[in-house]
Design a protein around this ligand. Structure first.
Ligand code: GLC
Length: 728
């Protein structure tokens, strides 16, 4: 059957767009072809180069009039009138800013994430942007890396769900729809595995680990129709991704059959010189084009050297035609030839539309994670006067998070502004910004706390402390923020801490100094109203940790879906403080842990509390023995045993006990948001195709291996007892 299908595909008539591409390509000079492969950052000042057909795409211009000016030069002055593709990093909203992607992942709600991406596309395309460099799919297991903010955390399955949702939201049903924005799956591949969590650093990832952990979201989003892909800055085992033919041709094109367009990251081609992979810019150009890159972002190498390299026979013109075909096909698919210009009155009508702000607020509500709630201090539904303090309480710029270029802080509603509508607020900043060490106003803050019914302390990270190039070796709260929390606690009133940050910080000691803690990954424009509703009890937290929270940065990298090692920690380990003086050296019975922090993290992946309580029954499987073509039917009884209607993210994990290669101790294979009223129960069911248990095995084959499995259905990756089943 497969052979027949393939034969049909080969003989399928060329699409209308393919014919248009062929016709146009046949008219183009080599210089004009190379011009399409050249992406430059800028606006109106690129009009001259556009008029010469030397610019295929621009980035970082979002002024409709400027965009139209450059477009006019390309369409009406260049010989063939090929329109420019306008791009921008629309990462978590355009004008209406949603929670950063790590916060979107914390919702475990692909539908709301898709809705947010659709809204981002509507706003961005109204300004003339038709291509975004999102979703970022880099699996990240090390919170020292500042770019964990931009991804979906440590789990490949959650990464797939979030990535596919964003691609669908950005691109909609039809790329030629004027509100459709081409997605760009990035950074291919393994960028999040940078050694030491230091951005741009080397990675050492085996092919099997690439295939089992880092490829899945790229493959799934490619199959979901992602129009473009961006290469990553890092090298894998010495080969920079931008020059890696195995990745860009053998995997992407030959194995996956993906036909989209490949763009480099910003000068990632040129950076192969610094890597020591290229002699000079001409050499790097030869390597990148021959490896399968279609478009060059800002190395200037393609526009300078490709014609020379073709004449020297180092690049074939068929490689150039391949690249230009991918670029032209996208431009035809986007309808740019028919509609190259943007309506300059449109953005004012769509930006910050009430329904956009409402969606951003709901997403921010769902992204917040309740980490602690001693004595059910939250919600503060009886307090009349509250102290609001901390450097993130009224930080309209920082609340937007990293990669929020086009969000305007004037539209941000801060927690202070929102809480003033709910309570009599005593406002004492305490610190001016997250790195502030000036404690001179602490006494005033403590005095204010003693006059209030409760205190809410907003701490975290300024936006600039996360994101690209902003790795940290220490993940504690910066400045005197921890001291501020401790100072407020001295007043003896209920203390609620809200962390607004771009990554999981090490906040275990801060938890000890407060009653309740809400964790909000830079929540965006409507973060204030969202957090105020949660604090007041108008909404109930449902977020779950998309990354493991560490006790100390020294534990990184740490992730729930790790292999077991031959000496897994068993909880009986001797800790630093228990070791007697002159203790004898022995390694017998020792396991994999830290003397000072023990083994476990601070908080596991998938963790998050609610204002209510949920009780899980034991998981059950319909059939204890299944075949490879079967579906595992698993279920659990879930009961809301508290007094608030609330939503629980019910998570399904499996473990393959023995494999031809060692397998992770747990893998997320499903999740469901379940809303229950107080006292209500539900039988939550999952249908898990056995084929979803496949992995790349010892023979580098993607197979399900028969054997014993365990299955959990729980509220996080560390809870619950498993039920066994067998794949025969
Ligand atoms: C940056 C980032 C990439 C972004 C690009 C364009 O360096 O690595 O994610 O899309 O340049 O801004």
């Amino acid at each position: 059957m497969a052979a027949t299908l393939f034969a049909v595909a080969c003989s399928a008539p060329k699409s209308e767009i393919d014919r248009k591409v062929d016709d146009l390509l046949a008219q183009m000079t080599l210089h004009e072809k190379v011009g399409q492969m050249n992406q430059l950052s800028g606006g109106a000042w690129l009009a001259d180069q556009a008029a010469k057909g030397e610019v295929g795409s621009i980035l970082n211009c979002v002024d409709p009039a400027e965009i139209n000016a450059v477009q006019k030069a390309a369409v009406e002055q260049s010989r063939l009138g090929i329109p420019i593709l306008v791009s921008r990093d629309v990462i978590h909203g355009f004008r209406t800013i949603f929670p950063i992607p790590l916060g979107l992942a914390a919702t475990f709600d692909p539908e709301i994430v898709e809705e947010g991406a659709r809204i981002a596309a509507v706003e961005a395309t109204a300004s003339g942007v038709r291509w975004t460099f999102s979703p970022m799919l880099d699996v990240a297991r090390d919170p020292r890396w500042g770019r964990v903010a931009e991804g979906s955390g440590e789990d490949p399955y959650l990464d797939v769900q979030m990535g596919v949702a964003m691609v669908k939201g950005y691109q909609g049903e039809d790329l030629s729809d004027p509100t459709a924005m081409a997605a760009c799956i990035k950074h291919f591949v393994g960028y999040g595995a940078a050694e030491g969590g230091r951005d741009y650093n080397s990675t050492m990832i085996s092919e099997r680990s690439l295939r089992n952990t880092y490829f899945p979201a790229f493959k799934a989003t490619a199959e979901a129709g992602a129009a473009t892909l961006m290469t990553s800055f890092n090298e894998i085992d010495g080969i920079p991704s931008t020059g890696n033919k195995w990745l860009l041709k053998d995997i992407l094109r030959d194995e996956w059959g993906w036909e989209g367009m490949v763009v480099t990251d910003w000068n990632s081609a040129g950076e192969m010189i610094a890597h020591g992979f290229s002699r000079d810019l001409k050499h790097t150009t030869e390597q990148a084009v021959n490896a399968g890159v279609d478009m060059d972002m800002m190395s200037y190498g393609f526009i300078q050297y490709i014609e020379e390299l073709v004449k020297e026979g180092k690049i074939s013109e068929s490689e150039i035609d391949r690249a230009v075909r991918n670029i032209l096909k996208l431009k035809f698919e986007l309808g740019l030839f028919e509609n190259p210009y943007v309506d300059e009155t449109l953005s004012a009508k769509v930006d910050y539309a009430p329904e956009h702000l409402a969606a951003a607020k709901q997403t921010a509500i769902e992204s917040a994670i309740l980490l602690q709630n001693k004595g059910n201090v939250l919600p503060l539904d009886k307090a009349k006067t509250i102290l609001v303090t901390g450097p993130l309480a009224d930080a309209p710029h920082d609340q937007l998070g990293t990669w929020a270029f086009d969000g305007q802080k004037e539209h941000t509603v801060t927690p202070l502004a929102a809480l003033r509508k709910e309570y009599n607020v005593i406002w004492e900043p305490g610190l001016a910004y997250s790195r502030d060490r000036n404690k001179s106003s602490f006494a005033k803050v403590r005095a204010a706390a003693s006059r209030a019914d409760a205190a809410v302390v907003f701490v975290g990270e300024e936006a600039i402390l996360s994101g690209e190039a902003h790795s940290l070796s220490n993940l504690n709260l910066q400045g005197a923020q921890s001291e501020l929390i401790a100072e407020v606690a001295k007043a003896g009133k209920p203390v609620v801490v809200v962390v607004i940050a771009g990554r999981p910080l090490t906040i275990e000691r801060d938890l000890a100094n407060c009653d309740a803690m809400l964790y909000s990954f830079h929540p965006g424009t409507m973060g204030g109203p969202a957090l105020a509703d949660l604090i007041k009890g108008k909404a109930v937290p449902s977020g779950k940790t998309p990354m493991t929270f560490l006790r100390d940065a020294g534990q990184a990298p740490f992730y729930y879906n790790h292999n077991n090692s031959g000496r897994p920690c068993n909880g009986t380990e001797t800790l630093l403080e228990d070791i007697p003086a002159e203790a004898g050296q022995t390694s017998l019975g020792c396991t994999s842990y830290y003397l000072d922090t023990g083994y476990g993290p601070h908080l596991p992946f998938g963790y998050g509390l609610s204002y209510t309580t949920f009780e899980y029954g034991a998981p059950a499987v319909a059939e204890p023995v299944v075949g490879k073509d079967d579906v595992v039917k698993a279920s659990v009884e879930l009961k809301n045993t508290g007094k608030y209607e609330a939503t629980e993210v019910v998570q399904l994990y499996v473990r393959d006990l023995v494999g031809s290669v060692v397998r992770p101790v747990k893998e997320l294979k499903g999740f469901r948001r379940v809303t229950l009223a107080p006292g209500e129960s539900a039988n939550v069911e999952f249908e898990l195709p056995v084929s979803d248990l496949a992995f790349w095995n010892i023979d580098m084959e993607y197979v399900v291996e028969p054997g014993d499995f365990q299955l959990w259905i729980a509220g996080d990756s560390a809870s619950g007892a498993p039920v066994g089943f067998i794949v025969r």
